[in-house]
Every structure is written in structure tokens, then in C-alpha cells.
Design a protein around this ligand. Structure first.
Ligand SMILES: C[S@@+](CC[C@H](N)C(=O)[O-])C[C@H]1O[C@@H](n2cnc3c(N)ncnc32)[C@H](O)[C@@H]1O
Length: 179
């Protein structure tokens, strides 16, 4: 019998060692569903490693009163979000990610999203004064995330290997692809 390799997602769950809470994102409008239409999503809140977690809530000590029920409009409910939803099926509201970041990180802290999508985490981290890092496998989503970062936050991405601005590198690559 040959040993099967451990899937990446299983190793990732092992790294995310402690489940701190299970939050419920309740939306103002429902998605698809053949019996009940779904109006919530579950958010597992993990802490990796053994260091104590950052807790910016502490029963309202810092003026933040939060519960594990998160009420935020779904992204399909407003104009700009509708366009994003056509590009990506699971884009999250930036306000929700901003609050999650404020709950458990410090200003100037580092925020990583290894499944970046349209870059909501980049926008949320910038708005909350954090530095963010992201990984996204689909180049089309990377392009949207970087353009969104420029439109919403005024940040211009550069290609680190050449120093080119994003639009410059994008038009060069499109030119190369066309020839
Ligand atoms: C659920 S979506 C993230 C949506 C994001 N939270 C947002 O608000 O825009 C997951 C993303 O992970 C990306 N992805 C899937 N497998 C990946 C991998 N192995 N490495 C990097 N990104 C990956 C997908 O292309 C998809 O955009």
C-alpha cells in the first residue's frame, strides 16, 4: 500500500492550531439555495502557533464591543460590489475584514491572506494601518486586486524584479502575449 501525500489544506489546518471562536457573518440579503436560501457564512477564527493571541476587545476595555455574530451587507447589495461579484463569486465586504483585523492585530502589524481573491484584505489592511501580504494563483484576480488597491487606496504596485509600474508591466506583457 503506497502512502498518499498529505494534502496542503490538511497541513494548513494543522498549522492553524487553535480554534478561538466560530463567527457567523449574517448578510442583509440571501444567496442561492434550493430549500432555504443561505443568508449567513461561518468564519472560523484560528490562532497559529503557541504565542498568546492579540485581543483588542477584552470585554470592551479598548472601546470595541464585538460578538461572534457579524452583521455586514453582502457585497452584491451595492453598486461597486455588484461589479466585483461578477468578477469573483466570493468577494467579502472590506468593512468586515477591517473589523476582523482590528480585533486581533496591532497597527503596523503584518496581515497575510494566502487566498487573496480580489484583494479585499489588501484594502482592509491599508485602511487600518497594517502592512499586508497576499498570494493569489489566478493572474486575472491579481490584476483586479492591484487596480482596486490603486483606485481605493491610491497605492501603485510595482514589479519588484524590474521596478516597472503595474500598468507599464501589464501593457508590456499584453503586447508580448499578442505577438
Ligand atoms: C474564496 S476566494 C478569496 C476571496 C477573497 N477573500 C475576497 O474577498 O476577494 C479564494 C481565492 O484563492 C485562490 N486560490 C485557490 N488556490 C490557490 C493557491 N493554491 N494559491 C493561491 N491562491 C489560490 C482562488 O483563485 C480564489 O481567488
Amino acid at each position: 500500500m503506497s502512502a498518499r501525500p498529505t494534502p496542503t489544506w490538511y497541513r494548513a489546518i494543522g498549522y492553524l492550531s487553535e480554534l478561538k471562536n466560530l463567527s457567523v457573518w449574517t448578510k442583509n440579503n440571501a444567496g442561492m439555495g434550493s430549500f432555504y436560501r443561505s443568508q449567513h457564512e461561518l468564519v472560523c477564527v484560528f490562532k497559529p502557533g503557541s504565542a498568546p493571541h492579540i485581543n483588542n476587545i477584552e470585554l470592551g476595555r479598548f472601546g470595541r464591543n464585538r460578538t461572534n455574530v457579524w452583521n455586514y451587507a453582502g457585497v452584491n447589495a451595492f453598486g461597486q460590489g455588484r461589479a466585483h461579484l461578477q468578477l469573483h463569486p466570493t468577494v467579502k465586504p472590506a468593512a468586515m475584514v477591517e473589523d476582523a483585523i482590528r480585533d486581533c492585530s496591532r497597527r503596523k502589524g503584518r496581515i497575510l491572506n494566502p487566498f487573496l481573491g480580489l484583494g479585499t484584505t489588501l484594502v482592509a489592511a491599508e485602511r487600518t494601518g497594517r502592512t499586508s501580504y497576499g498570494i493569489e494563483i489566478d493572474p486575472r484576480y491579481c490584476d483586479v486586486a492591484l487596480r482596486r488597491l490603486k483606485t481605493v487606496c491610491g497605492l501603485e504596485a510595482t514589479l519588484s524584479s524590474t521596478g516597472e509600474a503595474f500598468e507599464q508591466a501589464a501593457s508590456r506583457r499584453h503586447g508580448q502575449a499578442a505577438t
